[in-house]
Design a protein around this ligand. Structure first.
Ligand code: MRU
Length: 336
């Protein structure tokens, strides 16, 4: 059984997060009682995955309001500074801010904010199921697929985006063989996707990231499906480092390459991928595996956490509103 990624316990109040840094070695939880603890948990990747980060941040705002509503601006500032690439974080904080501004001075402001955070969480699960329904039809009855990083229940409020497509396909009676890239340097594929899929009884095979192109040359792969952290207006898509290389390999082998993501991952203010801020994380993530040093101390290390897959390599973007070609993304912008 898959543990709950994010749990809100209102009467304390506290946010209980599955500690994803420890999976699969142990299944433990971290309790956040303040927005500061919530921000730390997002930053250190206790909770990760674009939609899950957005949901956690929304509850961080509720914790701030319950602690001291006069300091809520500090909470918006601190939470916004945690992870720069996942646009769902800013989308969610903007939603919380606009509810806050509309209800400023109301005696029940805390419960108004709490209802909004609950809505963001519930909507996310519903959206993922719709993404699943829109994506499942793209797969044949017997499908072999590759995914990268973790875009599952662990990365969302539940069900997942890319892994949600696999879940719906299986619910529809399709037979799936899933290859999960291990996803250096933090191993979200090897640790989290394999854990999530095994707990749910899927057929999953873990490969090193460097093996995907060779796998495509040897075995018929029906599709690659990954999640996204930010989609630009022209369809360029930021996702976990290694996604771009996987898309290049898929293109070379004529394998359809899909992104599964909610509309909240589209940044309508970002014209193209060169404008997407890319998080760079501590070099120790590359230098070490666990606590073991694997790189000579004198060697320099570069550690971008995300890359940008150009729109031209993306077959389709699976959203809750349907599957779109990258060039159709701009049409989804709502008129103000
Ligand atoms: O650094 P992470 O683990 O937060 O990166 C996660 C990803 O890149 C996911 O693919 C993305 O956030 C989509 S999750 C539905």
């Amino acid at each position: 059984m898959l543990p709950e990624t994010i749990e809100w316990i209102s009467d304390v109040p506290l946010l209980r997060l599955l500690d994803q840094r420890k999976i699969p070695f142990s299944v433990g939880f971290r309790e956040c009682r303040t927005y500061r603890e919530t921000a730390d948990a997002i930053e250190d990747m206790t909770v990760r995955g674009a939609p899950a980060i957005g949901v956690a941040a929304a509850y961080g705002i509720v914790l701030a309001a319950r602690e001291d509503i006069t300091k809520i601006d500090d909470a918006f500032t601190r939470l916004s500074a945690t992870r720069p690439t996942a646009v769902n974080l800013f989308w969610s904080l903007n939603r919380m801010r606009s509810v806050y501004e509309k209800s400023m001075g109301a005696h029940d402001i805390c419960s108004i904010l709490e209802s909004e955070a609950n809505r963001i969480r519930e909507e996310d699960i519903d959206i993922n199921r719709r993404i699943g329904r829109n994506g499942a039809g793209l797969l044949p009855d017997k499908a072999t697929v590759i995914t990268h990083c973790n875009a599952g229940a662990l990365a969302t409020a539940g069900y997942g985006t890319a892994l949600g497509v696999f879940r719906t396909a299986r619910e529809a009676g399709k037979e799936l063989k899933i290859f999960a890239d291990e996803t250096r340097p933090r191993f979200q594929g090897g640790r989290l996707t394999a854990f999530e899929l095994c707990e749910d009884g899927f057929d999953v095979t873990v490969i090193c990231d460097s093996m995907a192109a060779f796998l495509m040359s040897r075995e018929k792969i029906d599709a690659v499906i990954t999640g996204a952290d930010r989609i630009a207006l022209n369809g360029d898509t930021a996702n976990k480092i290694g996604t771009y290389g996987l898309a290049v390999a898929a293109d070379r082998h004529n394998v359809p390459f899909y992104i599964a993501a909610p509309l909240s991952t589209i940044d309508f203010n970002c014209p193209n991928g060169t404008k997407i801020p890319i998080e760079e994380r501590n070099c120790s993530e590359v230098r070490k595996i666990g606590s073991e040093l694997i790189v000579h101390e004198a060697a320099k290390v570069w550690n971008p956490a995300f890359d940008v897959t150009p729109a031209g390599l993306i077959t389709g973007i699976i959203t809750e509103e349907g599957v779109f070609a990258p060039e159709e993304i701009k049409k989804l912008k709502k008129k103000p």
